[in-house]
Design a protein around this ligand. Structure first.
Ligand SMILES: [Fe+2]
Length: 340
């Protein structure tokens, strides 16, 4: 049997009477309200109310106009000013285990040039000029060299980078944007840049040596410490170059103990941030967004993340300026780090 009402909802004569009473009460209430309006609403009041509406509309329009103006200024600043404004970010890394011969060694770190974006060749030339002005002992490149797959773009990029030179050499790793890996690696070699893909090189000064290792990219390749592990175990001081700083999280306890410094890019410092306080788009873990990080309380390892030079996506930077990182190694009695 199909029921339209459940048993308790079937209307009874009492409930019908009750609902009629309710309707009568509502009608009386409405008439009372209408009488109230008639008595109290006069022309002056209406005029006052209209003025209020007018002024609030004016406030709304001026807020929208002011917001658009400020937004326009911020957009132009992000597009034409900050994205070209290369900052030299300096760090000093002090360590007891640094061989004395390497005291004062200056490392210039350039990453995420993203050549292929608008105006980026000028930016590359400026980057090379500024890097050489730092009188580096060693130059390392963090990948994401180009923004597109064209071979011409890769060639152009390394035509600029071939002017980089340092006594201890120029080394580089690949990033997730270096889609044409073989062409990029060849162009690097032609430009005098030594690629490090899960490889390590000894940097030698007099009778001392420190280790520079480079990892493959975490997104586009297969990073592995296995091929360089044996060198890390015997090295007095180890620097690891990687595009993506998140690989730090995969270190073993031994790795955390043995590695002194990791240099990474990839984050672009958030690229477009809320006045440097919050980065709505972050491709890395929050703690590796930018700057110097001591990721583990119980280990000496430090990570320096650069904002990089170029841009991916919209060619904008807001409170995340392009950076060339300069790290000075210091022989110290106490192992600590400072940034300035
Ligand atoms: Fe990048």
């Amino acid at each position: 049997m199909v029921r339209v009402f459940s048993q308790q909802n079937i209307p009874t004569p009492e409930s019908i009477e009750k609902s009629k009473e309710k309707q009568k009460f509502r009608l009386l209430k409405f008439l009372k309200f209408f009488r109230f309006l008639k008595q109290h609403w006069n022309f002056q009041q209406l005029k006052k109310r209209w003025y209020k509406i007018k002024t609030s509309r004016r406030a709304f329009i001026s807020t929208v106009a002011g917001g658009s103006f400020l937004g326009g200024i911020a957009f132009h600043y992000a597009l034409f000013v900050e994205s070209r404004w290369i900052q030299i970010k300096k760090y000093t890394i002090s360590a007891t285990n640094l061989p004395p011969c390497f005291d004062g060694t200056k490392i210039v770190f350039i990453t995420d040039s993203h050549h292929g974006s608008r105006r980026s060749y000028n930016l590359l030339e400026k980057t090379v000029r500024l890097a050489q002005q730092q009188s580096p002992d060693l130059i390392v490149l963090g990948g994401d060299y180009c923004n597109n797959h064209e071979e011409e773009t890769i060639q152009q990029c390394f035509t600029a980078f071939q002017h980089l030179s340092a006594p201890l050499g120029v080394y580089g790793v690949l990033g997730n944007h270096d889609y044409k890996r073989t062409q990029t690696l060849n162009a690097m070699r032609d430009a005098g840049i030594r690629p490090l893909v899960n490889e390590a090189f000894w940097l030698i000064r007099n009778d001392s040596r420190i280790l520079l290792g480079g990892l493959d990219d975490d997104w586009a390749g297969t990073p592995s410490f296995a091929p360089i592990q044996q060198h890390i175990l015997v090295s007095p001081f180890t620097i690891i170059l990687t595009h993506n700083p998140d690989v730090t999280e995969n270190l073993t306890e031994e790795g955390k103990k043995r590695i002194d410094l990791i240099l990474a890019g990839h984050s672009h410092g958030g690229q477009v941030t809320l006045f440097g306080l919050y980065a709505p788009v972050s491709v890395v873990k929050k703690k590796y967004l930018t700057g110097l990080v001591k990721p583990f309380d119980n280990a000496k390892i430090r990570v320096i993340i650069s904002n990089g030079i170029g841009t991916s996506g919209p060619p904008l930077r807001f409170f995340a300026p392009p950076q060339i990182v300069v790290v000075t190694l210091k022989k110290n009695l106490m192992s600590e780090y400072t940034a300035f």
